[in-house]
Design a binder for this molecule. Structure first.
Ligand code: PYR
Length: 617
């Protein structure tokens, strides 16, 4: 009957799941120190990892390492927690082991105390090495996860039954984890299943148990009640106004749920509500990233889309021109899961299921069509990679027939994908990196670059041009200033600048405008590219569907690579070109032995579905 512990996810999973991970360091730092002073009894704050690393660099042009260091400085007294995707680090693919090892070590040195480790297929070999890195290279805690899918109380889903989870938990304990996490990434763990699972775990392992869920169905407060009754140690919650729906259950309300019981832990409700009010105000700036979900939905028990993916999948579908087909995308997500043999779906495996669903909806394919026409389909790159074994092995293996259709003549592997990757030579990489990006770069920049080379390059170019934009207030960062408006930017402790927009000139031939502003009272001007005039409408020639010699783009995106030349002879399944859309690459292969007669579009062209890319002879 010990008081329950709380892990506050507001700084990571809450906004990853509600606002497409867009929360800026600026808004986190405004309250971090005060929260830590007011609520030191919080077990941990989840502040880093998962998608935040990629999104900080890619969309916010921020250094994720700086974010972590600043939060650490503001929060010296509460455990800081991160989410790491085992062998996939904070990325979507396997990385060399020594890169993940250095990453873990650096994360610890910069401020992480608790490493929540999971594998997206619940494959032990994907987690074991990472548990070892935390144990050997840090003095932090290795919290390893069983990712919960299906329903242990539903006899129609026997694959993921209680025995399955207990077996996995035992393996996690044996691998040396300090804490066990039940990672219910889609919010599928129902109240009575929580009782069974936690009681079962209590009699199987002796690790502390930390329960994570998402409130997509709106049932999860009941799950927490049952979990607390079954003696769970820690639960994940998010501050009121960033809780609920695809985020975690409401911190403020869960505290009240247990008040007056032996498991209550005291938190000042008035203070929690003040923090909730703060986040409610901040959330207004992020409305373009809201998922659109307005109420809890039991649909999640059918589609099983993780909370962290839900708010990303809608814009991803919209970007592919499927904005009005989101219902179909969700249904197809469930169909793809069955097609793939009922797998655990969490980043990156969930992204592959999402990619496949988007591919099928774009091309009007049912699972039956996939099985019948699979020979001639160009599956998305991520789907090929999954079936090749690049991110590990699912319980019970891959469906063999489908694997053959997807991989064609390629042989999959069944051992750790990391074994196939050469270790990083850090001395060599560091020297090359400094030559390329300059001596002012830090070792953490090299780690970012090794994890996300293209994203880092773009981030770095942005920093060279604009400096540290993480210091700009969020309203100004997203929406800019109106002429006559001014803003204060704190560039260092006790050092601020006042920027006032005076006027904006006309667009010149390069698509630039001259912007006149004052900087601490002094008039300045800058040439700035107006991205709104850059957008060109795409109108390429369409394929003639009756002519099998014409090869087109299977979906909307960018023609990122052309892999063949005019006149080149190709064999059946030779890769012809790659279409990149959002974070998904699709390789289009030759339908038969033939010759490239003409290329119609060049690399970098924006394409719509069925735009003619090349003709074969
Ligand atoms: C992530 O890997 O980002 C999750 O939230 C599961």
């Amino acid at each position: 009957d010990k008081p329950i512990h709380y892990c506050d996810t507001t700084f990571r999973d809450a906004h990853q799941s509600l606002l497409a991970t867009r929360m800026r360091t600026f808004d986190l730092l405004k309250v971090a120190e005060r929260y830590a002073k007011m609520h030191p009894q919080t077990f941990s704050m989840e502040v880093w990892g998962g998608a935040t690393f990629d999104v900080a660099l890619r969309f916010l042009h921020e250094d994720p390492w700086e974010r972590l260091a600043k939060i650490r400085a503001a929060v010296p007294n509460i455990l800081l927690q991160m989410l790491i995707r085992g062998a996939n680090g904070v990325g979507y693919k396997a990385y060399p082991d020594n890169l993940t090892e250095r990453f873990v070590q650096q994360a610890w040195e910069t401020g992480v105390d608790v490493f929540r480790i999971f594998d997206s297929l619940n494959w032990m070999p994907g987690m074991e090495s990472c548990i070892g890195f935390v144990r050997n290279k840090t003095q932090g805690l290795a919290e390893a996860s069983i990712c919960y899918t299906g329903d242990i109380l539903d006899p129609k889903r026997p694959k993921y039954n209680l025995d399955y989870y207990l077996r996995l938990a035992k393996q996690i304990e044996d691998a040396g984890a300090h804490i066990l996490c039940i990672k219910d990434m889609a919010g599928l763990l129902k109240p009575y299943a929580a009782t069974e699972l936690i009681q079962g775990l209590r009699s199987t392992i002796s690790l502390p148990i930390h329960l994570h869920t998402h409130d997509t169905s709106s049932l999860q407060a009941a799950t927490y009640l049952k979990a607390v009754e079954a003696d769970v140690d820690v639960i994940d919650v998010a501050l009121g106004s960033l809780s609920g729906l695809t985020s975690q259950p409401n911190f403020n309300s869960i505290v009240e749920m247990l008040r007056g019981t032996p498991r209550h832990r005291e938190f000042d409700q008035r203070s929690l509500n003040e923090f909730s009010n703060y986040w409610e105000t901040v959330r207004e700036y992020y409305y373009p990233f809201e998922s659109g979900l307005k109420a809890g939905t039991s649909e999640v028990f059918q589609h099983e889309i993780p909370g962290g993916q839900y708010s990303n999948l809608r814009p991803q579908a919209a970007a592919l021109g499927l904005g009005d087909k989101f219902e179909q995308v969700k249904q197809t997500f469930a169909d793809v899961n069955q097609l793939f043999g009922d797998i655990v779906k969490v980043t990156p495996s969930s992204k592959v299921v999402g990619d496949m669903a988007l591919f099928m909806v774009t091309n009007n394919l049912t699972t039956q069509d996939v099985l019948e026409k699979g020979e001639s389909l160009s599956f998305p790159e991520s789907v090929q990679s999954l079936f090749r074994g690049d991110i590990g092995q699912p319980e019970g293996g891959w469906p063999a027939d489908l694997q053959k259709l997807i991989l064609k003549d390629e042989k999959p592997f069944t051992d750790r994908p990391n074994e196939h990757l050469a270790p990083i030579d850090f001395d060599k990489e560091w020297a090359a990196f400094q030559t390329k990006f300059g001596p002012q770069t830090k070792f953490t920049d090299l780690l970012s670059y090794l994890l996300y080379p293209k994203v880092f390059e773009q981030y770095w170019a942005h920093v060279q041009q604009f400096g540290d934009v993480s210091l700009i207030p969020t309203r100004v960062f997203f929406y800019g200033l109106k002429p006559g408006e001014e803003t204060i930017i704190d560039i260092a402790r006790g050092k601020s600048v006042i920027v006032k927009l005076r006027s904006v000139g006309n667009v010149n031939d390069d698509g630039n405008r001259t912007v006149f502003f004052s900087f601490n009272g002094q008039t300045r001007n800058l040439e700035v590219r107006d991205r709104s005039v850059e957008v060109k409408t795409v109108r390429n020639q369409k394929i003639d569907k009756a002519n099998p010699r014409q090869v087109g783009a299977p979906l909307q995106g960018m023609l990122s690579k052309v892999l063949v030349k005019d006149g080149e002879a190709v064999k059946r399944n030779t890769p012809l070109f790659i279409i990149e859309a959002m974070k998904m690459e699709t390789t289009i292969t030759a339908p038969d032995d033939s010759t490239v007669q003409s290329l119609h579009l060049g690399e970098g062209t924006l394409v719509n579905a069925d735009d003619l890319v090349l003709t074969l002879a």
